[in-house]
Design a binder for this molecule. Structure first.
Ligand SMILES: Cc1cc2nc3c(=O)[nH]c(=O)nc-3n(C[C@H](O)[C@H](O)[C@H](O)COP(=O)(O)O)c2cc1C
Length: 221
């Protein structure tokens, strides 16, 4: 499955079968995670065969079941940590989809305390991605219209439109889609319009826009 198909076919999945992730798939996931960590300085970790983090009241309340694998999204505390986690976390989500796996971003409905990950001094665990073979493939979210998600006057270039189409497919916390893209003297701009976890969402939508448009927005400072 190519990256474009993977973005179109990805939906949040909260119920998983007990099929274990084969070791060759684990290796490919680990290699993507390592590349992301090397590039970003983040400390993202894959935890397998560990049911405790999703064995809490909150997780069941959040309709999660059968979660035995997750990816802990961790990094050094900094002003741009949320955005970075969003960008690289989504890169891993899409890679997982290409490998035939299903995922869900989880900020609230899991137990941070029970998570078996290593959070070093000065680091923060922001959220996790549940990962495994879904009971279903999930369903497409309702989306705001393109007009509501970008500020654009005049003829929209095809690449910008493609970027927007892919950004609209991005997961956002509670499907809030509180982002706004614009093109200012040839420069792509994006900002959040508020809401919970909206800086993580911003990193996620930037990743989707880049894939759709073929333009680079993300720069490591
Ligand atoms: C930053 C972030 C945090 C999220 N936290 C949770 C969560 O705690 N519990 C949950 O069930 N879903 C959570 N989600 C999943 C969203 O509800 C889901 O992505 C959104 O409804 C859009 O649906 P889709 O992913 O199927 O496109 C989160 C998504 C994001 C991006």
């Amino acid at each position: 499955m190519d990256i474009y198909e993977a973005i179109k076919e990805r939906h949040s999945v909260r119920s998983y079968t007990n099929k274990r992730i084969p070791s060759d798939i684990i290796l490919q996931l680990e290699s993507e995670i390592k590349e992301c960590n090397d590039e970003s300085g983040l400390h993202i970790q894959l935890i397998t065969d560990e049911p405790d983090a999703f064995n809490s009241f909150l997780a069941h309340y959040g309709k999660f079941s059968g979660v035995e694998n997750y990816i802990a999204l961790i990094g050094k505390k900094s002003d741009d940590l949320d955005k970075k986690i969003g960008y690289y976390g989504e890169r891993i989500v899409i890679k997982a989809q290409q490998l035939g796996l299903n995922t869900c971003w989880v900020a609230m409905t899991f137990s941070k305390k029970k998570s078996k990950c290593i959070v070093n001094k000065g680091e923060k665990l922001l959220c996790v991605l549940s990962i495994g073979y879904g009971q279903t493939q999930g369903v497409a979210h309702k989306s705001k219209s393109m007009n509501q998600l970008c500020d654009f006057k005049g003829e929209m270039p095809e690449w910008f439109k493609k970027g927007m189409e892919y950004a609209m497919l991005a997961p956002t916390a509670m499907n809030q889609q509180k982002f706004l893209f614009s093109l200012d003297s040839g420069e792509i701009k994006v900002k959040t319009t508020g809401g919970f976890y909206s800086k993580i969402d911003l990193g996620i939508v930037i990743y989707h826009f880049e894939v759709g448009s073929g333009k680079k927005i993300w720069h490591i400072d």
